[in-house]
Design a binder for this molecule. Structure first.
Ligand SMILES: *Cc1c(COP(=O)(O)O)cnc(C)c1O
Length: 853
């Protein structure tokens, strides 16, 4: 039947809500899709745009999630389970439709249903605007964790901000990054459900007053001068192949009507409107900084806003089943994803002490038992410190509470170190220099029972360096949780061909137990398997090559080595080192055009923070060398350089499967973990990398012989800096390096203009903070090893298979199991859902409880 024949005639509407809304057969899915197109979008096939089809499909799938979602939420409340509350300023979820189909196991049926209607599923999924509510690794980690929590059947809620504008849309115009607003909500968002009845108030500003309560206790009242409303928007997070559907609850800021009304009555209409706008601003836009603290008032407002909303929500939920706070920590585990939500420590104390009248000491025990803190970076520019003056203006009561927490904490410190008065100053939550400010990492450490780094090296460096005082004070709080990524999105969804091959050999169990990938080792020496492996990599390269041709108008050679660095653009990640290497090869060709050289396609992608001048200049340099090298007759197509605009989860899903060489070349000791490194290796890329972050553990797992290692260790980096690093020492004795820098400085990539890239050149010659010169020769030598290895394609494929086979550890399922066991103390709970095709959801309202909710 064609779509047209199936559009319901208005006089013949057959309402089988139960069938159309929850049925799983191809026929029912078709019916539901057509109904949704008609009744939700108000379109038939003459009027419908492809986007209408996308929305109709999204609702068809959402309906099938709802039963499990409602059942999950109900079960959690009825069984009064312990839940994980993951507080994160960022969730970089990626597209929802494809993932939900996959996790529901509906992909094949939907594909068939649509194809019977003449629609190609793949053409609809790409119409979804990606919710880019994160900058990079930290936000993506939160998304992988939600997927694993649901798949492991752990009761959990992700709490964050519903930014109206996510990470900016990056375009490359005349070779430079230009930021455009990310209007992801322009056409609505079928995945979220707004819950206005759960709106909460968030206060700002004003002053505090002391008073005696009715029991004669001294209490503090916060008289705020601004009130903002937070309204939750819920998105379902289904587990893979389970009934569990957890919730991502994002808060949107709105004006408080009462306050508007007051101003309105006083005749200041414009003022009322201004107030409304300023309230809405709080959730307007994601700050586009990665690993850097911006220090803006609005950012602190965002943090407090979503944390206060979330904690009020957690308490409200808890109070449904409990009259007091005695067992609060037995029901509530709150994870702080970096210090962005660390104000939660003071806010929970305020809510317990001021609002719920719990005594300070008990409140403190409860607070500490609930919170745990994940540190994500060793970079000093990322450490969040808020001026006390700002705190005083914005959150006067919280500042008092922080002073009290600090006072009690420093008393302990002084009694532990009576001989060392300096210790209290070093560990204080209040830093005195350069400006009196609140150190959020210290607040998070003091207020949490567990503190973790995100890779073994990172945790060690926290203990020895950044947080060493806290480690000595509370060694038992410190633990490592090496990051992971979800195999559902990063294998099953992004690399279906490879997954089909793998499943044909070892079965499907690996999807929820990635350790089973080890069984692939047995096929590493199987010529037929190797050939299939190679063919799949080539097919993925072809897909990416098509994309590159379409968007960059560059033709790339499928026989060339796809050498990829995709991640945020940051000096410490050293995209510039890869550029120096590319120019080195270019120089070799220019010197001797006949030289034998391994053809390579160098692929870059990544956004730079809009205010990060040197990072943007690195993007400009990549885009400047690309046309020169790509069109040089001597190069003759052997080297190609491509910068893909708009790096995102969706683009990552195309890039990781096609990569053969993964560039993980940060200065040792700077990358906390990295997760891109894991996605690459799972998809069969070999890594060239430093001993940094999770690279170390990846190398341990895949074997040193299957990993291209180069560069200084973290220890050597510190030693070199301590003895006084001078980049010129390396520069003066390296002719190839001089030639490379000489070319950039001479304007060979900027039409003879010597000014454009001068700041980059000078940053290297003057300081070279990230030791590019010190690692340059080792990197170039290591790349030569890569070339040699690539020439033996059979052995390369073998290494590629072994890389995938040994990545089991880096499933986020493993990471989440460790968090559950060692930090959160939570257990899985299987959700039972009454048979889907059993008929309509029934309603059996108890009149006694009807009004009590
Ligand atoms: C995985 C991922 C990252 C993190 O990449 P790193 O290489 O670990 O910095 C950043 N952005 C997106 C879109 C990702 O998917």
């Amino acid at each position: 039947m064609s779509l047209k024949e199936q559009i319901p005639a208005t006089d013949n509407i057959n309402i089988h809500i139960e069938d159309d809304r929850t049925g799983m057969t191809v026929e029912t899915l078709k019916r539901a899709f057509i109904d949704n197109l008609y009744y939700i979008q108000g379109k038939n096939e003459f009027l419908a745009t492809p986007y209408d089809y996308y929305v109709a499909l999204a609702y068809t799938i959402r309906d099938r999630l709802l039963r499990r979602w409602i059942e999950t939420t109900t079960t959690y409340i009825q069984q009064d389970v312990k839940s994980v509350y993951y507080l994160s300023a960022e969730f970089l979820m990626g597209r929802q439709l494809e993932n939900n189909l996959l996790n529901l196991g509906l992909e094949e049926k939907i594909r068939q249903a649509l194809s019977e209607l003449g629609i190609d599923l793949g053409q609809l999924t790409i119409l979804e605007a990606e919710p880019g509510l994160g900058n990079g690794g930290l936000g993506r980690l939160a998304a992988c964790f939600l997927d694993s929590l649901a798949t492991l059947e752990i009761p959990a809620v992700g709490y964050g901000i519903r930014y109206e504008f996510g990470i900016f849309d990056q375009r490359i115009e005349n070779g430079v990054q230009v930021e455009h607003p990310d209007k992801w909500l322009r056409f609505g968002n079928p995945w979220e459900i707004r819950r206005p009845e759960l709106t909460v108030d968030v206060l700002f500003g004003g002053h505090t007053e002391g008073h005696q309560d009715r029991h004669g206790h001294y209490r503090v009242r916060w008289v705020a001068d601004r009130k903002v409303m937070g309204t939750p928007y819920d998105t379902p997070v289904p587990g893979y192949n389970h009934n569990t559907v957890n919730t991502l609850r994002l808060w949107r800021a709105g004006a408080s009507e009462e306050f508007d009304f007051q101003v309105f009555n006083s005749g200041d209409y414009a003022g009322a409107v201004t107030d409304k706008i300023s309230s809405e601003n709080i959730s307007k836009v994601l700050y586009p900084n990665d690993n850097t603290s911006q220090g803006k008032q609005l950012r602190l407002e965002q943090q407090y806003f979503f944390v206060s909303c979330s904690l009020q929500d957690i308490i409200r939920n808890y109070r449904r089943s409990h009259a007091n706070f005695d067992v609060f920590p037995e029901k509530v585990a709150i994870q702080l994803n970096d210090t962005h939500p660390a104000i939660g420590v003071a806010e929970l104390m305020r809510l317990l002490v001021d609002v719920h009248e719990v005594g300070w000491n008990r409140a403190w025990v409860i607070t500490r038992a609930c919170f745990a803190y994940t540190n994500h970076t060793l970079l000093s520019e990322a450490l969040e410190r808020w001026p006390v003056s700002l705190f005083e203006r914005l959150l006067p009561r919280h500042l008092e509470i922080i002073y009290e927490i600090n006072h009690r904490f420093l008393k302990e410190v002084r009694s532990r170190y009576p001989q060392d008065p300096q210790k209290a100053a070093q560990m204080s939550i209040i830093a005195e220099l350069p400006e009196k400010s609140v150190c959020m990492a210290h607040l998070a450490c003091v207020g949490s029972h567990a503190i973790n780094g995100v890779a073994a090296l990172h945790t060690e460096l926290l203990k020895q360096d950044v947080l060493q005082d806290f480690y000595r004070f509370w060694p038992e709080k410190f633990n490592n949780k090496t990051n992971g990524v979800t195999p559902r999105r990063w294998l099953l969804l992004s690399n279906p061909r490879l997954c089909q091959l793998i499943t044909s050999k070892i079965g499907k169990g690996w999807v929820t137990d990635l350790d089973q990938f080890r069984q692939l080792e047995a096929y590493a020496d199987d010529p037929a398997f190797r050939q299939q492996w190679q063919e799949i990599k080539r097919a993925c390269k072809q897909d990416l090559a098509d994309y590159i041709l379409l968007f960059n108008d560059v033709e790339v050679d499928l026989d060339s080595l796809f050498d990829v660095q995709v991640k945020r653009i940051h000096e410490y990640k050293r995209q510039l080192l890869m550029v120096l290497y590319i120019i080195t090869l270019y120089n070799r060709i220019k010197r001797n055009p006949q030289i034998e050289i391994q053809p390579r396609t160098f692929i870059f992608a990544g956004k730079a923070a809009p205010g990060y001048y040197l990072a943007k200049l690195i993007i400009q340099l990549v885009n400047a060398i690309a046309p020169v090298i790509n069109n040089d007759a001597d190069v003759a197509g052997r080297l190609k350089v491509v910068f893909l605009a708009g790096y995102s989860v969706s683009l990552g899903q195309k890039v990781y499967p096609a990569a053969e060489l993964s560039e993980q070349i940060s200065t040792a000791g700077k990358e906390a973990s990295g997760t891109g490194n894991m996605k690459f290796a799972m998809n069969g890329a070999l890594t060239i990398g430093t001993l940094d972050g999770a690279n170390i553990e990846i190398r341990e797992e895949v074997g040193a012989e299957n990993f291209f290692l180069f560069g200084l260790t973290a220890e050597q980096v510190y030693a070199l800096k301590a003895e006084g690093y001078n980049p010129m020492t390396y520069f003066n004795e390296n002719l190839e390096l001089q030639e490379v820098i000489g070319r950039i400085a001479a304007g060979d990539f900027s039409h003879g203009d010597r000014e454009t890239f001068k700041p980059l050149v000078n940053s290297l010659l003057d300081l070279d903070q990230y030791l590019l010169f010190a690692d340059y020769q080792a990197y170039v030598d290591c790349q030569a090893q890569v070339d040699r290895a690539y020439r033996d394609r059979e052995n390369w494929t073998r290494m590629s298979i072994l890389n995938s086979a040994r990545m089991g550890k880096f499933s986020s399922d493993r990471t989440i199991r460790e968090y559950c066991k060692e930090i959160w103390k939570t257990r899985p709970l299987t959700i039972k859902v009454p048979d889907y095709d059993q008929g309509a959801v029934s309603l059996n309202v108890d009149p006694d409880t009807f009004n009590s909710q």
